[in-house]
Ligand binder design. Structure first.
Ligand code: NAD
Length: 317
């Protein structure tokens, strides 16, 4: 485990030598990330709109707060893992832009937002934080719920060198690869490039497996062949979309948990918006966006590998 000092320890508020952390957003990703911080000896105060989510963390040893402000009242670091930009905006900036959590934090607090949101939204929050003397980092992740549980996420960080150095030892508890992509927003740009490619790969892998199955092949045999051939990719390695080809993946568990299709659609939309704003052509990304848009109408809460059902609806039963 990483032993570098973050420079944020507050010996007055706890005797661990580690900073107190407020963790906001305890869903499929946030809960296991927060649990890993607890296991590493960090004191955590947590907040989520869902009581079920906070109960899980309470059982793991966190104290549960009644609001983001309460969670952060004795914290030197705030971490958030929220669904989308509007949630990040509402937590940090509040309804009128100035009555959110940022306005309550002392100068020098380090804020790490690991949600996947638009780079423009991340820059907006970073700018508001900077005016208040607060360090903000956009630090979206890759690696899925498996990576969150194993503490092997990839963090893709945007923000100042100084804030990155402070965050690194904390991120190292939850992840294996920690990249400093550049200034504010750079983490989010890199993240949506990655997820646009992931959406294309998942849709393409489902399409290829379906073609084989409809032509008499066993999905496991075909997946093994492609895994050792030039079609090899992350979805075949660790996230096969066809039920029962792989253990412990959402497709073998009714497409529950994992990365919801509506979140993949959100990321694809972010990629399309960025491409439009910067006049960049993304025809494959556009096709994947179209496929996920149609798929999420009825399957938004199911894992994104359920795009398999577009070809064969029996996989959902
Ligand atoms: P999720 O929907 O499972 O969890 C989000 C949590 O945030 C929920 O518990 C919800 O109650 C809580 N929440 C919403 N609004 C809130 C608010 N105002 N205050 C406090 N809590 C609030 O989503 P997830 O899968 O954990 O994803 C979180 C983020 O991580 C998203 O931006 C997603 O795109 C990104 N991401 C997800 C995965 C994945 O595999 N699931 C992988 C990489 C990145």
């Amino acid at each position: 485990m990483e032993t570098k000092d973050s420079g944020l320890s507050n010996k007055d508020s706890n005797n661990t030598g580690k900073p107190n952390i407020a963790f906001i957003g305890l869903g499929n990703m946030g809960a296991p990330m927060a649990e890993n911080l607890l296991k590493a000896g960090y004191m955590l105060s947590v907040y989520d709109l869902s009581e079920e989510a906070t109960q899980r963390l309470q059982q793991a040893g966190a104290s549960v707060a009644a609001s983001p402000k309460n969670a952060a009242s004795n914290a030197q670091v705030v971490i958030s893992m929220l669904p989308a930009g509007k949630h990040v905006h509402s937590v940090y900036l509040g309804e009128n832009g100035a009555d959110g959590l940022l306005a309550e934090l002392p100068k020098g607090t380090l804020v790490i937002d690991s949600s996947t949101i638009a780079a423009a939204d991340a820059r907006l929050v970073a700018e508001a934080a900077s005016k208040l003397g607060i360090d903000f980092l956009d630090a979206p992740v890759s690696g899925g719920t498996g990576g969150a549980i194993a503490g092997s996420l990839t963090f893709i960080v945007g923000g100042s060198d100084d804030a990155f150095a402070k965050a690194e030892p904390i991120l190292a508890v939850m992840g294996k690869n920690i990249f400093h992509a550049g200034e504010h927003g750079a983490g989010q740009v890199a993240k949506i490039c990655n997820n646009m490619l992931l959406g294309i790969l998942m849709a393409g892998t489902a399409e290829a497996i379906n073609l084989g199955v409809k032509n008499g092949l066993d999905p496991k045999v075909l997946s093994d062949i492609m895994l050792q051939s030039s079609g090899r990719n992350w979805t075949l390695e660790v996230y096969n979309p066809y039920p029962q080809v792989m253990e412990n993946v959402p497709s073998s568990n009714g497409y529950k948990g994992g990365f919801m299709s509506k979140l993949m659609q959100k990321d694809l939309n972010l990629a399309m918006q960025t491409a439009k704003d910067t006049d960049v052509e993304t025809p494959m990304g556009a096709k994947a966006t179209e496929l996920y848009e149609a798929h999420t109408v009825d399957n938004g809460d199911k894992d994104f590998s359920s795009i398999m059902a577009r070809h064969d609806s029996s996989v959902l039963s």
